[in-house]
Design a protein around this ligand. Structure first.
Ligand SMILES: N[C@H](CCC[C@H](N)C(=O)O)C(=O)O
Length: 285
């Protein structure tokens, strides 16, 4: 099976062009096999590029544990880069179908290659305290501080979080020093906490100033990754709701920086960042 290895600031996936390749097995199982960093290709998961009846292309994403993801911010920038760079489209505004709806991506192209992608990630939803409240411009203006926080009992410690959906769930925690947390312990404890029947992605964020934050992420179904696009968006929304940041913020992750803008006019979150093609190959299935 032919594949292409790509990454979005270090959040790396194996991409399969399903316009040309047939999968020999269930995609979840294939994701586990290709993701293995010793016996497979090595990645945070598998992303299938497929035809769509409702958009220009379809992105179907699986974490390295084989679970299916509803949305992948770093992945969708790479899908847009792949279809443009490989001549599957000549449009620089591309609509991609995902399990969390159709996303629109604007491409910055130089010398015939995509350098940057700006993704309209849609409107965030507040999940704290079990609500499912779309954060429209009106709601965002009137929401009380007491509504955005939720206290979680984790390993006999009370931790305050802001729980946000970007099409997939993110539990955001504020810390003084992201470099000084035992993420491999606290990450899975929160990911699999009974509060989250479908598990959750987990973000730890340190405020640098009102336009810059640092974060680390423990991803649902993948563990700590170098970056998480939907997670960076959830962090930016949480920081803005808590009054710690402006509408636009640079989110610094282990693998690089994403610029996130929570547009106060339409309530949509815009994510801007690079996408990189590393190599292509054949995987023996
Ligand atoms: N682990 C996530 C999917 C991948 C998201 C992440 N890699 C991104 O760039 O948004 C989930 O199960 O919801």
């Amino acid at each position: 099976m032919k594949f292409t290895k790509m990454h979005g600031i270090g959040n790396d996936y194996v991409y399969v062009n399903c316009f040309e390749e047939e999968l020999a097995m269930d995609p979840g199982r294939l994701a586990e096999l290709v993701s293995d960093r010793h016996c497979g290709i090595g990645s945070d998961g598998l992303i299938l590029i497929k035809p769509s009846a409702v958009a220009d292309f379809c992105m179907d994403m699986y974490n390295s544990d084989g679970s299916r993801g509803a949305m992948c911010g770093n992945g969708i920038r790479c899908v847009a880069k792949y279809v443009y760079d490989h001549g599957m489209t000549n449009m620089t505004t591309i609509r991609i179908e995902t399990l969390s709806g159709i996303k629109t991506i604007d491409l910055t192209v130089k010398d015939g290659k995509v350098r940057l992608a700006n993704v309209d990630m849609g409107m965030p939803v507040l999940l704290s305290q079990g609500v499912n409240r779309e954060l429209t411009p009106e709601v965002r203006k009137e929401i009380a501080d007491s509504e955005i926080w939720e206290v979680l009992d984790v390993q006999d410690k009370e931790m305050s979080m802001i729980h946000i959906s970007m099409g997939n769930p993110h539990a955001v925690f504020f810390v003084d020093d992201v470099d000084n947390i035992e993420i491999e312990k606290i990450g899975p404890a929160i990911e699999t906490h009974p509060r989250f029947p479908d598990r959750t992605n987990v973000e730890f964020v340190q405020i640098v100033d009102e336009s810059h934050v640092k974060m680390r992420v423990w991803e649902r179904g993948a563990g700590e990754t170098m970056a998480c696009g939907t997670g960076a968006c959830a962090v930016a929304v949480a920081c803005r709701l808590a009054g710690y940041s402006q509408d636009k913020v640079d989110v610094r992750l282990l693998g690089g920086t994403l610029t996130i803008f929570w547009n106060p006019d339409n309530g949509h979150v815009e994510m801007c960042g690079p996408a990189t093609e590393v190599f292509t190959g054949e995987f023996n299935v």
